[in-house]
Write a protein that binds this ligand. Sequence first.
Ligand code: 5GP
Ligand code: MN
Length: 325
Amino acid sequence: MGINNIIKAIRSKKSKRFLISTHRNMEGDAIGSMLAMAELLKRAGKKVILFPPEDMPDTYKFLPGAAKVKLMSNIKDIDYDVACLLDCTDIERIGSVKVGICLTRPILNIDHHISNTYFGSINWVEPNMSSSGEQIYHLFRKMSIPINKRVALYIYIAMLTDTGSFRYSNTTADTHRIIAELMQYGIDAVDIYRKVYEGVPRSSLTLLASALSTLDTAKNGEIAWVHVSKAMLSSHKAGIEETQDFVNFPRSIKGVKIALAFREARKGLVKVSLRSNEGVDVNRLAKQFNGGGHSSASGCVLKGTISGAEKIVVTSAKKLLRNST
Ligand code: 5GP
Ligand code: MN
């Protein structure tokens, strides 16, 4: 089984230096599982090189050890034995730091997305787990490495954010059992909620108001979407990371089966977030555009304009609904 092979690879005497990376646009699961994995490897007596695809986002700078999460200035010719990639459906997800990964050295692929491409030399993929953080929890337990408050915090953040605060369909009885256990290490849920989701700049709210005014629907309200253009971001002096959850607003409308958010990451590049209700599989939709994720939450990137992307994706969304009814 995947986890046993991962443990064997960690314990191997030949593997001394581990490089850890994750996907771009790092969110709670990417960051939490990366930091928790770093702790696990250190306690297993290994040398750890944190190799994130970007700098730590402001929201998570409160975490202990956050200062070590920095994009390396030299991303080539890194001396390591094993690469460990977390929360990535495919190797392209790590973005430009891929040039630092030597494809002839072992890659541990630890992920919980159904669309994982099994790109690693050892693959441990658990689509029924809430988050990669939950997978790291099991690694700690199975390797009998004690969890402490700091590790509990990392895993808690991973599970909290990937389940949308325990609201999404990936929230299971196991999720709650593990969370209950983690809280016993002194997790302050109120404080963490405030740090992760609140304390937002005013610009986030004015930008949200502007994004909501772009709300559009199709197929008798079964498809709903909003967009955020580069111009909107600059006029509100806001960053793209402030728009992460905007897709939840069209999703919350009664009758909506597919919700979309189109966000202009750079000129000519549109990031699409897809969400579904009532068991519609939006991973199938994201895959049509070389993206992926989970059946009820996935993403992809399209080249071109926002209106071009809207036309193409909404047309495919209509087709998907037609074929699934
Ligand atoms: P979000 O819409 O919040 O960026 O992402 C939702 C889910 O889809 C996440 O699980 C994320 O890993 C996945 N996802 C988002 N964008 C992409 C993408 O461009 N490619 C792939 N393969 N998955 C993505
Ligand atoms: Mn995840």
